[in-house]
Design a protein around this ligand. Structure first.
Ligand code: AMP
Length: 214
């Protein structure tokens, strides 16, 4: 799943993974887990994440390689937020090749910069279950409290206004070139990511079923 920060990759990837019975591998979540667990990788990644920059490719690729080596990834995974650079995409190709695997589809969530900005700055996440709310378009029933598990809602440090602009620039310069990379390989399927969540979910289902138009 490729798209700007806040494009809906996480929500859709989780739903698709559940439906297909595959593991959901989200690089941002993996970094945040390393951070919580206080690992060396988490400590190194934090410096970049706080600023809204990308974590260096070598650290990111090592982390993904480890994750893909775990038992639940053997049958395939839904990758969310990785790769984010052409170098990562090349490393992924090599890694999958070594494992006798390959990419079936690359789903691109097309969302305008203004909409990404609106989504990210209003996003609030449950500390306990990870569910995402939006202060305006999907507010919780009780302010600051998760509807699903009663957990506390918080704003990710990198969703604060100052860092969001930087993340959007990073997406434009470092990640958007991936679209061409995958288009040339005939793997890219574009999904309009601006509609209601159920509509986007339908488009994702279709994108997974239908052959990629060349
Ligand atoms: P996300 O949760 O996907 O928005 O990612 C949060 C942050 O984790 C990003 O702003 C980056 O600092 C870092 N990150 C996540 N995925 C990658 C990746 N594939 N390459 C480099 N940095 C990443």
């Amino acid at each position: 799943m490729v798209g700007g920060p806040g494009a809906g990759k996480g929500t859709q990837a989780a739903a698709l993974a559940k439906r297909l019975g595959l593991a959901h591998v989200a690089s941002g979540d993996l970094f945040r887990r390393h951070l919580r667990q206080g690992t060396e990788l988490g400590r190194q990644a934090a410096k970049y994440m706080e600023r809204g920059s990308l974590v260096p490719d070598d650290l990111t690729i090592t982390m993904i390689e480890q994750r893909l080596g775990e038992a639940d990834a053997a049958e395939g995974v839904i990758l969310d937020g990785f790769p984010r650079t052409v170098a990562q995409a090349e490393a992924l190709d090599a890694l999958l090749h070594r494992r006798g695997q390959g990419l079936d589809r690359v789903i691109f969530f097309d969302v305008s910069r203004d909409e990404l900005l609106r989504r990210l700055t209003g996003r609030r996440i449950c500390r306990r279950c990870g569910h995402a709310f939006h202060l305006v378009s999907a507010p919780p029933k009780v302010a600051g409290v998760c509807d699903h598990c009663g957990g506390e809602l918080y704003q990710r440090e990198d969703d604060a206004e100052g860092t969001v602009g930087r993340r959007l620039d990073v997406y434009q310069t470092q990640t958007a070139p991936l679209l061409d990379y995958y288009k040339r390989r005939g793997l890219l399927v574009r999904v309009d990511g601006e509609g209601p969540m159920a509509q986007v979910a339908d488009s994702v289902k279709k994108a997974v079923r239908e052959p990629v138009a060349s």
